[in-house]
Design a protein around this ligand. Structure first.
Ligand code: DAH
Length: 341
């Protein structure tokens, strides 16, 4: 039995030394020290020994076990250290290798124009609102005083979701006027930028999806002079001091009186050129005094409060701001085009 124990010890120690990884070492632990292992096997035969031999062999067996356990610990530490060493080597970072440049994008020209517009209005005390692109026709038309037979309700112009023409993709940001009036305390001073949708074919100046910025002011004693003064200030900040504007009468169902505002052509200074199609003026936005009926439908007393509103097309503003000839370039997102701004 003594020889058996010595052999187990020698075999085990040399096997531990040769184990290549933690799993192999663990298998060896089971083989030699496990419940069904070789050392246990020998111990089971202790019963056959004489009472004098038993404690001697017992001591010897314990010594072997202790030696094996010690060797296991040492080998396992060695393996761990080697594994760590290997990982450190494989994950080493060579700080002298030149980095890969990360190409940074930048803001889209239309959003540059939008940010400028927002900044101007925020500077004048306006708040910026956002509203739903999937809108109820009640907000897009009815509460804006566009009657049952208003042409813009037509299926050929508008994207409806249902056959009853109740839910639609908003065709203008003007429903945000109503949403603001219904939910916000007076006085109101807001702009609401966002996407709008119409059944238009794509060409140099049209897209079925485009952006508008709506503006609304409601307070006591607000007049057309406030409208003109504010919008003139905005235009001077957008296009430079001294930029001339003109207001032409127009019709919108939700304003009375209504107007369109033109800016003098930046290219020719008003003489007439291809940019302004010989007009000398370029149409910029629609505006007007909020129709009393619209105020009343939103629960605002039109005898006490008045207001003005405007709606401006963002793509067109960006085209003019950056002298871009074709609106499709705004949506194509060709990096070579976008990088110019
Ligand atoms: N919603 C109009 C359109 O899409 C633009 C507009 C005109 C908005 C006059 C207004 C306004 O707020 O007062 O053509």
């Amino acid at each position: 039995m003594k020889e058996q124990l010595a052999k187990i010890k020698a075999d085990a120690l040399s096997a531990f030394e040769r184990a290549s990884d933690a799993a192999a070492l663990d298998a060896l632990r089971v083989k030699y020290l496990g419940k069904k292992g070789e050392l246990t096997g020998v111990l089971k035969m202790m019963g056959k020994l004489s009472p004098e031999e038993r404690p001697v062999m017992g001591q010897l067996a314990n010594d072997v076990r202790a030696a094996l356990e010690g060797a296991l610990d040492a080998c396992s530490e060695k393996l761990e250290a080697a594994a760590l060493e290997l990982r450190l080597k494989s994950e080493a970072v060579d700080v002298t290798i030149p980095g890969k440049p990360v190409s940074l994008g930048h803001r889209h020209p239309m959003y540059i124009a939008l940010d400028e517009i927002k900044d101007i209005f925020i500077g004048m005390g306006f708040e910026v609102l956002e509203g739903p692109e999937v809108e109820l026709a009640v907000y897009n038309f009815d509460k804006l005083n566009a009657g049952e037979n208003h042409p813009s309700r037509d299926w050929s112009d508008t994207f409806y979701f249902d056959t009853n023409s109740r839910v639609m993709l908003r065709s203008q940001t003007s429903p945000m006027q109503v949403r603001a009036m219904e939910t916000r305390p007076l006085p109101i001073r807001v702009i609401a930028p966002g996407r709008v949708y119409r059944k238009d074919e794509v060409d140099a100046t049209h897209s079925p999806m485009f952006h508008q910025v709506e503006g609304l002011v409601i307070d006591k004693g607000v007049t057309m002079a406030d409208l003109k003064g504010t919008l003139n200030t905005v235009v001077e900040q957008l296009y430079g001091a001294g930029t001339k504007t003109r207001f032409r009468p127009h019709h919108f169902p939700f304003t009375e009186p209504s107007c369109e505002m033109d800016v003098q052509c930046h290219k020719c200074g008003g003489v007439g050129c291809p940019t302004c199609k010989g007009e000398g003026w370029i149409e910029l936005l629609g505006a007007g005094m909020v129709h009393p009926r619209v105020l009343e439908m939103a629960g605002i007393d039109s005898e006490v409060y008045t207001g003005w509103a405007f709606g401006i097309g963002l793509e067109r503003t960006a085209l003019r701001r950056f002298k871009i000839a074709d609106m499709r370039l705004i949506f194509e997102n060709d990096v070579r085009f976008l990088e110019q701004f």
